[in-house]
Write a protein that binds this ligand. Structure first.
Ligand SMILES: Cc1cc2nc3c(=O)[nH]c(=O)nc-3n(C[C@H](O)[C@H](O)[C@H](O)COP(=O)(O)O)c2cc1C
Length: 442
């Protein structure tokens, strides 16, 4: 009997990897700051592992926090996606473009062009931007949530209408009759909203999958409702199975309220694995990426455990009297895990090396440990898929593909070949061209 399969995405950040300290690793060339070829190699590794897609985030402001800390991002993601699209054949590319600071005509044009160029492998991660530093780069201030999401609604609807403004059968290409297209099938959209408007049409034909897949990344109630209305994929940031199940059911419910099937939204959770042949080796590797932030992290650990840990001896375990009063902070889902690791008797430094402060679960150890983590979450209905965030690339991507993917395949949890050629086919998402019928005005 064939089992339900998980989906996998890989985060594509800088040419060093997702850790801001990856550039300090011995196997990494510090001059790769803007080297697109490293991103292409990591993408090719992910494609060898039959990942559904790469997830390219975007931050519209400075992200470097200190001279040792590399920026979260170095190159513009739609340009990165173009380069990767031309060097790969099957892997999808989900690219973030702000629905707060970009105009719908520009978004529609860039993403549909990329969808055509990539052979139907694009997705749009439509986010509302909430960073004041990003707003300052557009000479604007951040609006309240209601306004940002109301604009985003208009932007998505205009973008999708523009994508559909060249009808699927408008192409003729007949030299004899001198008709390149049927102009009656390429029509303006004439959409005017409160925040954005566009006339259209867009002179771009359908891609192999029609138009890009819709994704969204976020967690606020506004965000989940927005994902329920439009997203085929929701990219989340959750730390526990309970939190994931809660968010997944919230977005499935939001999809139903918007007149869709709950299964129309695929819920992706993050995971930051560190893979090595032994737990000790993986812990040392992970620890190196955490060490530059260790002083800050000790204070944070204190908050998670309800203990004042300002001037602690990093290289000793917590004392019995400290452990006796330590309590998992109910306001932070990372706390129970932090307390569990602290009680195992590790030194404070080693507790932090277990990545207990990271934003995503960080399984550490041989490939089986990572595969067990994914299987546990998947079988608990906490996720439809995972976005894997390698701390260091291309090494982190390659070790996942060579070590973890074969185990998932042996367990029947992951594909052994791509289902189709387009992102829509591989994710199992219904055909959509232009606006969804629910959002079309009669
Ligand atoms: C996992 C995850 C990834 C995200 N990636 C980005 C990103 O790359 N760029 C971006 O502008 N916003 C990104 N966001 C969205 C913002 O963090 C935030 O949700 C957005 O600014 C809207 O905030 P609000 O819904 O709380 O008002 C991401 C959110 C999550 C949960």
């Amino acid at each position: 009997m064939s089992r339900k399969k998980m989906h996998l995405a890989a985060a594509s950040a800088t040419p060093y990897g997702a850790s801001p300290y990856a550039w300090l690793e011995p196997g990494v060339d510090p001059h790769d700051y803007d080297n697109i070829h490293v991103l292409v190699r990591a993408a090719q590794a992910a494609e060898r592992g039959m990942f559904d897609f790469l997830f390219l985030g975007d931050f519209l402001a400075q992200t470097q926090r200190s001279e040792a800390h590399a920026p979260n991002q170095t190159l513009e993601p739609t340009i990165v996606a173009t380069a990767i699209a031309l060097a790969t054949e099957r892997i999808g590319l989900v690219t973030t473009v702000s629905a707060t600071f970009q105009e719908p005509y520009n978004i529609a044009r860039v993403l549909k062009s990329l969808d055509v160029v990539s052979g139907g492998r694009m997705g749009w991660n439509a986010v509302t931007t909430s960073s004041p530093q990003a707003a300052a780069n557009f000479g604007r201030a951040i609006e309240d949530r209601d306004t940002r999401y109301a604009r985003a609604d208009e932007v998505v609807q205009i973008v999708q209408a523009l994508w559909g403004s060249w009808e699927e059968d408008a192409w003729i290409g007949d030299q004899q009759s001198r008709r390149i297209t049927d102009l009656s099938k390429i029509s303006p959209v004439n959409l005017r909203g409160t925040y954005v408007s566009s006339r259209g049409p867009l002179e771009i034909p359908p891609s192999k999958q029609g138009q890009p897949v819709m994704a969204h990344a976020g967690a606020s109630p506004h965000s989940l409702a927005f994902a329920g209305r439009y997203a085929d994929v929701l990219i989340s940031e959750v730390f526990t199975i309970e939190e994931a199940r809660h968010q997944r059911s919230a977005v499935r419910h939001a999809a139903e309220s918007a007149g869709r099937s709950p299964d129309d939204v695929k819920f992706f959770v993050g995971v930051m694995p560190t893979i090595a042949s032994t737990h000790a080796e993986a812990l040392a590797r992970r620890g190196k990426l955490i060490e530059p932030d260790i002083e800050q992290q000790v204070r944070h650990l204190g908050q998670l455990l309800g203990l004042p840990l300002g001037t602690i001896d990093l290289d000793a375990p917590l004392r019995a009297d400290q452990l006796a009063v330590a309590r998992a902070n109910p306001g932070d889902p990372r706390s129970p895990r932090a307390l569990e690791v602290a009680k195992e008797g590790w030194t404070v430094r080693q507790v932090l090396h277990h990545a207990v402060i990271d934003y995503h679960p960080s399984p550490i150890g041989p490939p089986e440990v990572i595969a067990d983590h994914l299987q546990e979450w998947f079988e608990a209905d906490a996720a439809d898929g995972f976005w894997v965030i390698p701390g260091v690339i291309p090494e982190g991507m390659e070790s996942f593909v060579d070590g973890v993917i074969p185990i998932l395949q042996q367990r029947g949890l992951f594909r052994t070949e791509y289902e189709g050629e387009t992102l829509r086919e591989n994710l199992g998402i219904d055909h959509q061209y232009g606006l969804h019928r629910r959002t079309r005005t009669p």
